[in-house]
Design a protein around this ligand. Structure first.
Ligand code: KG4
Ligand code: ZN
Length: 401
């Protein structure tokens, strides 16, 4: 089964192709061959604004989707140009329907009409596309692209929840992704997923494969968003997570400068989070200390204490939830899962508190947004939806099915 995944929920335009071979009768056991995994990041474009600008993201997705699709097909050896010039045309009916689909993507339809008729429909079995959560205009670009391809190529579409993609990434293992086929890692159930990204911070219980219950989430800012905002206040650029975590490495305690930040909601008794207050506390601390010390001196110290605070809250609550729900494994996923301190602290905490719990960390190469995870989640969902019914849902939530 060959699946082509499409992801445009934020500032990455991504297309990937995977080939799945199910093993035994269990739905979870399968071999995967990653035929291609193309990600085009828009970070350089959004950097000057200090964050992702939704309409700019949409404009870039419209520009990039066709070229990224072509690269992904070429890499997967599924790209074949049509030979006959006469074949390279859509019918007037097709053109009319495409105009309906791309009603709000004027730029994308131009590229679609120019390039797609020249491509022989590839040997794929299904399309999978992120329908949410994410930035509404950005999501629609990918969703309408998938709907149009589904219509023209006559392939079914599977709508995918972006966060489910982050969860399933751990099945690909922890190492650099391999090009040849390999076994997916099976997850021991029930499992608890800590999803930490720029838009989300959630603790999700999965008792059965594909059935989710959110047991805790952030009440305001997401963990990644807090990293980005703290980086901005220290004039460090965007995205802040990787910059702050690099700065925090090897920082020794400075006896002269006292830095202590709160651990918000660490003892709240539930599994919710809040990072907005921590961000404000960091701002006040910075303002106060800047009266006496230089920003250059303060940056690494604040980066370290801020990171320690976020990581401590995330890990303490994850361990408590794992104990309460008696799960057999814990999954880490999302952009912030690239954070070394978080990974190491979680490994140590599991070892010290629940030694027989299995911990699945994602490969660092796949923590950021990509379409490989969307294709994989699409395979497991298997939900084939007629293209007319596929819609973007900016606030889509994980739920029991
Ligand atoms: O999952 P993702 O790529 O996009 C969303 O779905 O939001 O996550 C992006 C977030 C950004 O906020 C970024 O600053 C954060 O992940 N991030 C990190 C690190 N690498 C990326 N946060 C902390 N430490 C990192 N090493
Ligand atoms: Zn993401």
């Amino acid at each position: 089964m060959v699946i082509l995944g499409i992801e445009t929920s934020c500032d990455e335009t991504a297309v990937a192709v995977i080939e799945m071979s199910p093993l035994k009768r269990s739905v979870q056991a399968a071999d995967i061959k990653i035929l291609s995994n193309v990600v085009l990041s828009q970070v350089p474009i959004h950097r000057k604004f200090g964050g992702v600008v939704p309409n700019l993201a949409k404009r870039e997705h419209q520009k990039n989707l066709v070229p990224v699709l072509k690269s992904a097909l070429k890499e997967a050896k599924l790209f074949h140009a049509k030979k006959q010039k006469t074949e390279q045309k859509f019918s007037s009916l097709q053109i009319r329907i495409l105009h309906e689909i791309f009603e709000r993507e004027a730029e994308l339809i131009k590229r679609f009409l120019k390039e797609i008729p020249k491509i022989v429909p590839p040997q794929i079995d299904a399309l999978a596309v992120t329908v949410g959560p994410g930035l509404e205009p950005a999501l629609w670009a990918g969703v309408n692209f998938a709907r149009a391809l589904s219509y023209i190529w006559n392939k079914p579409v599977t709508p995918v929840n972006h966060l489910e993609g982050h969860v399933y990434t751990v099945m690909l293992g922890e190492t650099q992704i391999q090009k040849h086929g390999f076994h997916l890692r099976t997850m021991k159930l029930p499992t608890l997923a800590l999803i930490v990204s720029g838009g989300h911070t959630e603790l999700v219980l999965m008792k059965k494969f594909g059935n989710y219950k959110i047991i805790g989430e952030t009440r305001d800012d997401a963990a990644g968003e807090a990293f980005d905002k703290v980086a901005k206040m220290m004039k460090l650029g965007y995205p802040g997570g990787p910059i702050v975590s690099r700065l925090a490495e090897n920082v020794k305690q400075n006896k002269k400068i006292k830095i202590k930040l709160p651990r918000p909601m660490i003892n709240s008794g539930d599994f919710d989070f809040s990072f907005s207050g921590l961000k404000t506390a960091t701002l006040y601390l910075l303002r106060d200390l800047e009266k006496k010390y230089s920003l250059a001196e303060l940056r690494p110290l604040i980066a370290k204490e801020f990171q320690d605070a976020v990581v401590e809250v995330l890990v303490v609550k994850t361990i408590r939830a794992a104990k309460k729900y008696r799960v057999k494994s814990v999954i880490l996923g999302g952009g912030v899962a690239a954070n070394t301190k978080l990974r190491e602290t979680l490994v140590a905490a599991v070892k010290n508190n629940i030694p027989n719990l299995e911990l699945y960390l994602p490969s660092r190469h796949l923590t950021g947004d990509n379409a490989l995870m969307i294709a994989l989640a699409g395979y497991f969902s298997g939900d084939k939806t007629p293209w007319k019914k596929v819609r973007a849902e900016a606030n889509l939530r994980l739920s029991w099915q």
